[in-house]
Write a protein of this length. Structure first.
Lengths: 189, 138
C-alpha cells in the first residue's frame, strides 16, 4: 500500500470506530431516560474500582478512590455509567503522562455529593455550561477522539435522580466534576 | 469565473471535510490558499489578527464545532464593525430548520448541505462572483 493509501485507510478505520462510538453513545443517551430498575446495595468504592478496571488502561495514570465513600441502596448501572464517563473523561483529556484522578464523597444531608477531580488542563469558565450539551466537544474530534455524548448522559442520569451535575475549574488547574446522588430513592424515581 | 482572486477561510473541525473542500477547489482550479480554522474561536483569532486577507474573502462555515459553533461565530461577526460585511456560506450536515433560520437571520450568502456536490458548489461560487463584481463597480 502506498503511504497515501495507508493514510486514507487509517482515516477510514478511524471514522468507522467513531461511527460505532456514536451509535453506542446515542443508545446510552436514550437509555439514560429509562425508568428505574431494581435497587440494590451498592458499595461506591467497589463500584469505582470496577469502573477503573473497565476503562482502557493508561500507563502512568493513577485513579485514587478516597476513604469514606458511601454504601447506598440505589440503581447500580446508572451510577456506574456516571462514574465511568467522568473518570474516563478525566483520563482521556489529561494532556499529560501522569494523570491523577481522585474520587471523593461528601455528605450533603439527604444526598451524597460525589466529586471526580483531575490534574488535567482545566476548563475555562465560559465553557462550563457548554460541555454538557449533546455532541459538544471542546476539541476537534480529529485531535481527541470523542463523541461529545458522555457528559450529556451524566447530566441526564443525575437529573433523573433529582440531582445536579456541574463542574468547578479554572483554566490550567485541573477540573472537579461534581454531582449529587440521593441517599434514599423514592419509588417514583 | 475569476476564481483566482478569491480568498477562502474554511471554518471546520473535520479533516475529511477540509479535504473535500480542497479537492473541490482543485477541480475548479481555484489556486488560492485555503485558510483553515478548527472552530469559531480560531476563526476570530485569524480574522482579527489580520492573518487572513479580508478582501474578496469568502468564509465557509460549519455549524457544529468545538468551543464556538457556526451560529455563535456569525453572531460575533455581525456584531463586529470590521467583520460584519464578510460573505459567509454555511457548509454543514445540519438539515435542521432552526439552524437554517438562524443562519439566514445573520445574513448568510448561502446554506449548503454536506456532502457538497461540485455542481452546487460551483453554482454558488458563480453567484458570489457576480455579486462581488457588482459590489466592486466603481
Amino acid at each position: 500500500m502506498t503511504p497515501d493509501a495507508r493514510a486514507k485507510m487509517e482515516l477510514l478505520r478511524g471514522r468507522v470506530h467513531r461511527l460505532q462510538a456514536l451509535i453506542d453513545g446515542i443508545l446510552e443517551y436514550s437509555r439514560a431516560a429509562r425508568a428505574a430498575k431494581d435497587r440494590e446495595e451498592v458499595d461506591v468504592a467497589a463500584l469505582a474500582r470496577e469502573v477503573v478496571d473497565l476503562l482502557p488502561r493508561r500507563e502512568g495514570a493513577v485513579v485514587e478512590i478516597a476513604e469514606g465513600l458511601p454504601r447506598m441502596r440505589t440503581e447500580r448501572v446508572p451510577l456506574q455509567q456516571v462514574l465511568m464517563n467522568l473518570v474516563g473523561n478525566a483520563l482521556k483529556h489529561a494532556r499529560r503522562d501522569d494523570p491523577r484522578v481522585r474520587l471523593t464523597a461528601r455528605d450533603a444531608g439527604d444526598r451524597w455529593e460525589l466529586a471526580v477531580d483531575d490534574n488535567g488542563p482545566g476548563i475555562a469558565p465560559r465553557y462550563h455550561e457548554r460541555i454538557w450539551g449533546l455532541f459538544q466537544t471542546l476539541e476537534a474530534r480529529d485531535k481527541v477522539e470523542g463523541t461529545g455524548i458522555g457528559l450529556s448522559v451524566v447530566r441526564k442520569i443525575v437529573e433523573r435522580k433529582g440531582g445536579r451535575a456541574w463542574v468547578e475549574s479554572a483554566e490550567g488547574s485541573g477540573a472537579s466534576f461534581r454531582f449529587t446522588w440521593p441517599k434514599e430513592e423514592g419509588d417514583g424515581r | 469565473m475569476s476564481g483566482e482572486m478569491l480568498n477562502i477561510l474554511l471554518v471546520d473541525d473535520d479533516e475529511v471535510d477540509v479535504m473535500n473542500v480542497r479537492r473541490a477547489f482543485e477541480k475548479m482550479k481555484v489556486r488560492n490558499p485555503v485558510f483553515v480554522a478548527g472552530d469559531g474561536v480560531e476563526a476570530l483569532e485569524l480574522l482579527r489578527g489580520g492573518k487572513v486577507p479580508r478582501e474578496r474573502l469568502l468564509v465557509l462555515l460549519d455549524i457544529h464545532m468545538p468551543r464556538m459553533n457556526g451560529i455563535e461565530l456569525l453572531r460575533e461577526l455581525r456584531a463586529d464593525p470590521d467583520l460584519k460585511r464578510l460573505s459567509v456560506v454555511v457548509l454543514t450536515t445540519s438539515d435542521e430548520e432552526r439552524d437554517k433560520i438562524e443562519a439566514y437571520s445573520y445574513n448568510v450568502a448561502g446554506y449548503i448541505l454536506k456532502p457538497v456536490t461540485f455542481a452546487g458548489f460551483a453554482q454558488m461560487m458563480a453567484a458570489l462572483d457576480k455579486y462581488w463584481a457588482l459590489v466592486e463597480l466603481p
